[in-house]
Ligand binder design. Structure first.
Ligand code: HEM
Length: 462
């Protein structure tokens, strides 16, 4: 049925109600396995899917032109006042990832400079040191003839990299381990709370008590760090130091500790599951694609020899195939698979009305696997990112780091981290899967991660 509406441009246009699943199917699908539900809905109903939620419908949008409209061209009409982020705030506070308007701009001004190019050289040195530690641990597994599950090791690597680089903390010491455990619990608990129906946090259920305890441990740790810095009077030039200084300037002389805490949590969360899982998927894919793996190894030994990789290798594109491996991994496994927005005013997408206050789900996971934009989309083919091939793909068919104002501020940090871990680990070991590959994705989860362990055998390179 087509109906006439007034579009935001005041032009009269025609629209139909977008197709989609029933309310009953939507609720059970979203609670149990949201990503699979979204995947099946897109396959069945097309590039705009309407999910009948209360009080406003939610739309899944996957066409690159529409993604561009929402993230960039009409970005002012799509904010982050969505149900999920409201729930997420119980953990993250009101930080950059969930804030909007003036508050978000202020958060951006306080944090973006910490990821400026001039810090990349220092980041690279730190990343390489942390990867060396991992390699020596893995070497002892090899010496003992043991296989290992790479998942916890690569998660820990990216956590160590994050806490060391942003907070100046060595996460192998005890209190930092407590922080990691608390964050680990929150990452298990968070998706169940976000997608499911739960009593509010003040109700004293045993799960609520555990959640509050984890939030308390995280807060004590971060506020403790802030207080120690203030007491010592030492001005350390790192992410935390710049936040302390920045919020102090804003208030005259008092530091806005709550804002420092919220922004720190946002960045620790932003880094934690995205980068670590990205490394997991990368080695998982390479282990199943021996040709690509061999090509990568040859490039590494030719370009690097025994040298330590630096930020210059990324900036000057000196390891092009390795970079393509990183990009292709993020195409197949964009570790932030769902981006959420709310329409502020009515809009029209591909002829369908998106009423004000509806939520919109964009999914790099779906768009990156769409055969209309990608040849053989399920094939791991790093060469598809060579200039002559990628220029034929619509620009917004690939957005693992988002786009527009909210584009991931940790993008270059993550790319450098991935490149350094990839080349240093692969130069040392060839990684072989011990058991048959399983591609099961954990659900419900906020980030894309494997459901179970990934056991590998390490074969040192001669
Ligand atoms: C492979 C690794 C990563 C991927 C795939 C990734 C992906 C993304 C995506 C898609 C967004 C946009 C979300 C949206 O528009 O709603 C985003 C935002 C964000 N990311 Fe990342 N990210 C990665 C690594 C990192 C790292 C290393 C950090 C911190 C150092 C970080 C911190 C953040 C923050 C704070 C935001 C919110 C920005 C805002 O809303 O203005 N991310 N990330």
């Amino acid at each position: 049925m087509n109906t006439e509406v007034i579009a935001p441009s005041s032009q009269k246009i025609k629209y139909g109600k977008a197709p989609g699943p029933t309310l009953k199917n939507s609720i059970s699908g979203l609670v149990k396995h949201p990503l699979n539900f979204i995947y099946q809905s897109v396959k069945e109903y097309g590039s705009v899917v309407r999910i009948p939620m209360y009080p406003h419908a939610t739309f899944i949008v996957t066409n690159p032109e529409s993604v561009k409209r929402i993230l960039k061209a009409e970005e002012a009409n799509y904010d982050k006042q969505v149900r999920t982020y409201k729930k997420l705030r119980m953990f993250t506070g009101d930080g950059i990832a969930t804030s909007t308007g003036e508050t978000w701009k202020e958060h951006q001004n306080l944090t973006t400079p910490s990821f400026h190019n001039r810090y990349m050289e220092g980041f690279a040195e730190n990343f390489a040191q942390q990867v060396e530690i991992l390699i020596s641990q893995w070497d002892s597994f090899y010496q003992k003839g043991m296989s290992l599950d790479i998942v916890p090791y690569l998660h820990k690597l990216s956590i160590d990299i994050g806490t060391k680089t942003m907070l100046g903390v060595d996460s192998s010491n005890d209190p930092a381990l407590e922080l990691q455990e608390a964050m680990g619990f929150i990452f298990e608990d968070g998706p169940k709370r976000i997608y499911g129906v739960n009593p509010p946090l003040w109700v004293p259920t045993s799960r609520n008590k555990k959640t509050k305890k984890a939030i308390g441990v995280m807060d004590d740790y971060i506020y403790g760090l802030i207080n120690r810095r203030l007491e010592s009077g030492e001005e350390i030039d790192d992410f935390l130091g710049r936040l302390v200084k920045g919020t102090k300037r804003k208030q005259g002389f008092l530091v806005d500790k709550q804002m420092v805490r919220d922004l720190t949590v946002n960045f620790l969360f932003g880094n934690r599951e995205t980068s670590g899982n990205m490394l997991v998927w990368m080695f998982y894919l390479l282990a199943q694609n021996p040709e690509a793996d061999e090509k990568l190894y040859n490039e590494i030994v030719t370009v690097l020899g025994d040298d330590v990789p630096t930020d210059q290798h990324l900036k000057k594109m000196q390891l092009p195939y390795a970079m393509n491996v990183v990009k292709e991994t993020l195409r197949l496994y964009p570790t932030a698979p769902l981006l959420l927005r709310r329409a502020v005013k009515d809009d029209v997408i591909e002829g369908y009305k998106i009423p004000a206050d509806s939520e919109v789900i964009l999914s790099p996971f779906m768009t990156h696997r769409d055969p209309r934009y990608w040849d053989a989309p399920l094939k791991f083919d790093p060469d598809r990112f060579n200039a002559e091939r990628i220029e034929k793909v619509p620009y917004f068919a690939y957005f693992p780091f988002g786009a527009g104002g909210h584009i991931c501020p940790g993008k270059n940090f993550a790319l450098l981290e991935s490149l350094i871990a990839l080349v240093m680990i692969r130069r040392k070991f060839k990684i072989e899967l011990v058991s048959d590959p399983v591609t099961l994705i954990k659900e419900p989860a906020l980030f894309l991660q494997p459901k179970g362990p990934i056991h590998v055998r390490l074969v040192p390179n001669k």
